[in-house]
Design a protein around this ligand. Structure first.
Ligand SMILES: [Zn+2]
Ligand SMILES: [Zn+2]
Length: 379
């Protein structure tokens, strides 16, 4: 018995020096790391800053049409999603579609220089589509010594939005040139410049809305069509064409009251439609009412009548014979990608092409001279 105990204990006595042999150098390394933490951090920062400064996303892209998402959320707070914002890159042109809160920082985060932005297109004037305009204009201005304000293209009413931002930023637009000098931050480049377009009169179904040509330059053409997002009117969808490829952004809309949308999106390589899943939103609604917040509960009930479900988006994508569908403006917030099937429900089975839930940083490349659609991530 005593011999047995002796045998059992013998190996554990041998382990002590081996353990010490491993732990002491590790402790020394950790100790040195703590001691030189600031210097190590400085070196790491230098390396990261150099990599970032030298990276130009646009220079890495092959010829064609490229889309990326700088904001895929909506007003219900979602820590993983900025509010509505998308990027279109066509040749040397960089366009922004909507400028929701928190989206400007994502543009830089994707390796895109804000001073390259040529124009912003607004789908409508809800706060979650315009809140970052002031910051976007500032970043473009101070990074590029621009001498003209950032152009904001939108339906009638864009003048009022732009005038409001310009008023709010008027003092800032004096401070910056005064501090940095006219050569670095020219006064004339601050703020925003509205470029409004007119829409035809609203039609009554079964008549269809008529698209209007609103932009044509450098091989890029953009058309707009009125959609129903009442009372947030006017609201429009946009179609971008470049190098034989196309993308359609629905903006916010209720699909069943937006006649002509499927025609507008016909044959698009990429269709980006807003998506609200009522079965998930009702869970939030029940919970906010249960905690004694009927106001927010009423808002969640109200929003059902001017948005589009993933199933409706898939149906219109199928009707339009689009090649791929992305659900954007994700409502309600999804705290995990594992919840995407619950958000999409049967949408993928209603459309022949790929269906994706948009995430901040997601990209889609459509190379010239092919039918390819490449999904990626620019973060
Ligand atoms: Zn809206
Ligand atoms: Zn919205």
């Amino acid at each position: 018995m005593s011999e047995q105990i002796k045998q059992d204990r013998a190996p554990s006595r041998k382990k002590i020096p081996v353990l010490a042999f491993l732990l002491i150098p590790a402790a020394l390394i950790v100790g040195a790391g703590l001691l030189f933490q600031a210097d190590i951090g400085q070196r790491v920062y230098e390396r990261l800053a150099t990599q970032r400064a030298q990276f130009d996303r646009m220079a890495t892209l092959e010829p064609g049409l490229h889309v990326a998402f700088c904001g895929t959320g909506a007003p219900l707070p979602d820590p993983s999603r900025a509010e509505s914002c998308a990027i279109v890159i066509a040749g040397n042109n960089l366009f922004v579609i909507d400028s929701g809160s928190g989206s400007t920082v994502n543009i830089a985060g994707m390796g895109l220089a804000p001073d390259r932005i040529k124009a912003v297109f607004l789908t409508h004037f809800h706060s979650d589509h315009i809140a970052d305009l002031g910051n976007l204009a500032l970043q473009r201005w101070v990074n590029g010594a621009h001498t003209r304000p950032l152009t904001v293209i939108g339906p009638s009413g864009v003048e009022q939005v732009v005038a409001g931002f310009n008023l709010a930023y008027a003092r800032d637009q004096i401070f910056r040139p005064a501090h940095h000098g006219e050569n670095v931050v020219p006064s004339s480049g601050g703020g925003l410049l509205a470029a409004a377009f007119e829409l035809p009169e609203r039609v009554t179904p079964p008549a269809k809305e008529t698209p209007v040509d609103i932009y044509s330059a450098d091989g890029v053409s953009v058309t707009a069509m009125r959609v129903d997002h009442d009372p947030a009117a006017p609201a429009v969808a946009y179609r971008f064409e470049y190098a034989g490829r196309s993308v359609v952004f629905s903006g916010d809309l209720i699909m069943s009251r937006s006649p002509g949308f499927a025609d507008f999106a016909q044959g698009a390589d990429l269709l980006v439609v807003e998506g609200l899943q009522p079965s998930l939103l009702s869970v939030l609604e029940q919970n906010v009412i249960a905690r004694g917040d009927p106001n927010l509960g009423a808002i969640m009930q109200d929003v059902l009548d001017y948005h589009t479900t993933p199933a409706e988006a898939a149906d219109v994508a199928q009707l339009a014979q689009a090649s791929a569908l992305i659900l954007n403006h994700v409502v309600p917030p999804l705290p995990s990608r594992l919840l995407e099937p619950a958000f999409l429900r049967d949408a993928p089975s209603r459309f022949d092409g790929p269906v994706r839930v948009a995430r901040d940083g997601m990209s889609v490349s459509m190379p010239e001279g092919s039918n390819e659609i490449q999904f990626g991530n620019w973060f």
